[in-house]
Design a protein around this ligand. Structure first.
Ligand code: DCP
Ligand code: CA
Length: 406
């Protein structure tokens, strides 16, 4: 069945929440962010204030100069958090496949839900009505076959909008829009794209991914797909882990590379075990280091193929570690490794690769033994070095910061 994804975003959220509590502010230029003479920026501006050129992120002093008649409000996070919780609860009534984004946005997977509401558009109308009736808040809704197009449609429909992009129309819809409309393209990326003569999404869509890769690294390919309206990212309900990581702070800062590698191996095994327990595969491995002077270094590596093996996680981490240590002369205070970009296992490719199969079999066996007899019941050569340094319990070594080491 063709997917239908909704993106719902509340209009001028902080301001609207204030207007619900003080209806006299309705229909007027209102700014949440602070007093106009304060340092600080606009967090949210009513659409009436936006008519004067005000927008989020603008210094309050500028906002006051452009629109001195606006009401400036300090704002209170707890109010907005309460409103946000009610907002998400209403959405959850409509579909269990709900992925909140921040306080006032969410994706809903509504595939097949037309039978309950006549049409998906009618479902969106019903959602908007309930938000208005019960919370007094206006929402805009975008509907499309994938997340990126739904989000762009929602943004374009604001305020109080509803815009559906029919299946098959994704490219046509995106093509004429400026690149800034594509989510994830910040100021920096815009500058790079503009210097390449790319101003519209259609131009971006026709750029070969290899060209984009040279400017944006691994994200280049994703950019290419998004610009073409191709986006198979699922709507992920909260709770489903987006990443798994393990890290530890050493009792004493260290320059001992062998010890760092050993610790990395141990943490990689912990990450691998957690990944396999969740029956997930990862596409991205991240190394984290913190130096004695509290500088944090993170390195990411996207794998050509998803993995759940200790060997690949460690090898990828080790490669990044070797490179980072060749550039970093300070002692290391913290080391961590994580995996992200998690997917359900798609074993078809792996099935052809005997060495990967063997590795997976080995990891599964080790997992079983460790579940039964404790983590330290079976050791890889490298982690054995930790045995004399740290006390053990059934979950593994008790490192310096057990809460972080989990
Ligand atoms: N926010 C903030 N600082 C920013 C941007 C946003 O504090 N630089 C807060 C205030 C917003 C809320 O997050 O009300 C939601 O952000 P949106 O970008 O969705 O902005 P609004 O909801 O205010 O406006 P709209 O969605 O109608 O464009
Ligand atoms: Ca909003």
């Amino acid at each position: 069945m063709a997917r239908r994804i909704m993106h719902i975003d509340l209009d001028a959220f902080f301001v609207s929440a204030e207007q619900v509590l003080n209806p006299q502010l309705k229909g007027k230029p209102v700014v949440v962010g602070g007093r106009p003479d304060r340092r600080g920026v606009v967090a949210s501006a009513s659409y009436e204030a936006r008519a004067f050129g005000l927008h989020a992120g603008m210094p309050l002093t500028t906002a006051c100069r452009l629109c001195p008649q606006a009401t400036f409000i300090e704002g209170s996070f707890t109010k907005y958090r309460d409103a946000s919780q009610k907002f998400m609860a209403i959405l959850a009534d409509f579909s269990p496949f709900l992925e909140p984004l921040g306080l006032d946005e969410a994706y809903l997977d509504v595939t097949g839900f037309e039978s309950l509401h006549d049409s998906i558009q009618q479902m969106a109308v019903n959602i908007k009505q309930r938000l208005k009736d019960e919370l007094g808040l206006c929402a805009s809704v975008g509907i499309a076959s994938c997340k990126v197009v739904a989000k762009v449609a929602c943004e374009l429909s604001k305020p109080n909008g509803l815009l559906e992009v029919a299946a098959g129309e994704e490219c046509f819809f995106l093509a004429p829009l400026p690149i800034a409309n594509l989510p994830g393209i910040g100021k920096k990326s815009q500058q790079i794209l503009k210097s390449l003569g790319i101003n519209t999404i259609s131009k971006l869509a026709t750029m070969p991914p290899s060209g984009l890769k040279s400017h944006f690294g691994a994200s280049g390919e994703l950019l290419h797909r998004l610009a073409n309206g191709i986006d198979d990212r699922k709507v992920v309900p909260p709770g489903a882990a987006k990443s798994i990581s393990r890290e530890t702070t050493f009792g004493k800062d260290t320059k001992n590379h062998s010890f760092l590698k050993t610790t990395l191996r141990y943490l990689s095994e912990r990450v691998g075990a957690a990944l396999r327990q969740q029956n997930k595969q990862a596409k991205c491995v991240t190394l984290k280091l913190r130096t004695a002077d509290f500088k944090t270094i993170t390195r990411h590596h996207t794998l050509p193929q998803t993995t759940d093996t200790n060997k690949t996680i460690f090898a990828t981490g080790l490669m990044m570690l070797a490179k980072a240590l060749s550039q970093e002369k300070k002692a290391i205070r913290l080391i961590g490794i994580g995996v992200s970009n998690l997917t359900e296992p798609g074993k078809q490719l792996d099935m052809l690769d005997i060495s990967i199969q063997r590795q997976e079999q080995l990891d599964k066996t080790i997992d079983r033994i460790r579940q039964k007899y404790g983590f330290t019941a079976i050791q890889t050569g490298r982690t054995l070095l930790l045995k004399d340094l740290f006390p053990t319990d059934k979950d593994g070594y008790t490192l310096q910061t057990p809460s972080l080491s989990r």
